[in-house]
Design a protein around this ligand. Structure first.
Ligand code: ATP
Ligand code: MG
Length: 262
């Protein structure tokens, strides 16, 4: 069965085509890595798949539903961990999760137990009544991970989930993701800049660059086709060795700000 079906998906922001006629499929139960340099179009694709952003053109089916026609059915079936911070700093960890449970219609009788078991899983149960605004970056990420799993989604989207996590939490997260993938046949769609992580975890990989998919396959297939010995070498061969212009201009902006402050 197919969990995600994307055909000719395109997103334009003014003159910029962030996602350019992208097509791919993710089978149910797959752990799919969506890789690409900064600004390649990964987060934009995830936002469209998770109903947060409307595409300019193209079709998407998620969990058997056409996204444009049935947003609420799609939302019920997915969990999302966004790249950008999305917790409410003025609420406690417990309240952040409770609010989400209400939004996603987790039955009232199950909420407390589910929230507490997930907070226990991310090792934050003893901090459940503290404001998340006072948490460290890694602790905040762990709350977001717990929130993504709260309504037992069929498909879990994770946009750079391990950013800012220490090695222990990162390993723990992937072990858990693998476990629920195995036991519940949950489909996983994730992005990362850590090629070792992708090589280890993913059952299928797609590489996107400048809005276009440039290769799809298992990490072994991709290494074979690029005649390389690691996914990182394959990735560099496919996407080039230069820093993206976008990053250079971001650096330039930062320099200007610094200059102005002097
Ligand atoms: N709301 C927006 N308005 C205008 N341009 C946008 C918007 N969101 C994204 N973009 C642009 O679309 C392109 C793709 O951005 P996107 O966030 O999808 O990249 P990404 O692959 O997730 O990169 P990263 O690895 O840095 O997270 C970039 O050029 C970005 O500047
Ligand atoms: Mg991104």
């Amino acid at each position: 069965m197919t969990a995600i079906e994307v055909s000719n998906l395109t997103k334009k922001f003014g003159n910029l085509t962030a996602v350019d006629k992208v097509s791919f499929t993710v089978e149910k139960g797959e752990i799919f890595a969506f890789l690409g340099p900064n600004g390649a179009g990964k987060s934009t694709t995830i936002k469209m798949l998770t109903t947060m952003l409307s595409p300019t053109s193209g079709e998407m089916k998620v969990g058997g539903h056409v996204v444009s026609e049935n947003k609420s059915s799609v939302r019920e079936r997915i969990g999302v961990i966004f790249q950008d911070y999305s917790l409410d700093d003025d609420l406690t960890a417990y309240e952040n999760l409770y609010y989400h449970a209400m939004l996603y219609r987790v039955p009232k009788s199950e909420r407390k137990e589910k929230i507490e078991s997930l907070l226990k899983y991310v090792n934050l149960l003893d901090r459940k009544d503290d404001l998340v605004g006072k948490f460290s970056g890694g602790m905040k990420r762990r709350v977001e991970i717990a929130r993504g799993l709260l309504h037992s989604p069929e498909i879990l989207f994770l946009d750079e989930p391990t950013i800012g996590l220490d090695v222990q939490t990162r390993n723990f997260l992937w072990e858990h993701i693998r476990k629920i993938n195995r036991e519940k046949d949950m489909t996983i769609f994730f992005t990362t800049h850590n090629m070792e992580e992708a090589e280890k975890i993913a059952t299928k990989i797609a590489v996107i660059d400048k809005g276009r998919i440039i290769i799809t396959g298992t990490s072994k297939e991709i290494m074979k086709r690029t005649k390389t010995k690691s996914l990182e070498s394959a990735f560099l061969r496919l996407t080039g060795y230069d820093i993206r212009e976008e990053n250079v201009s971001a650096l330039e902006r930062l320099r200007n700000v610094r200059r102005m402050r002097r």
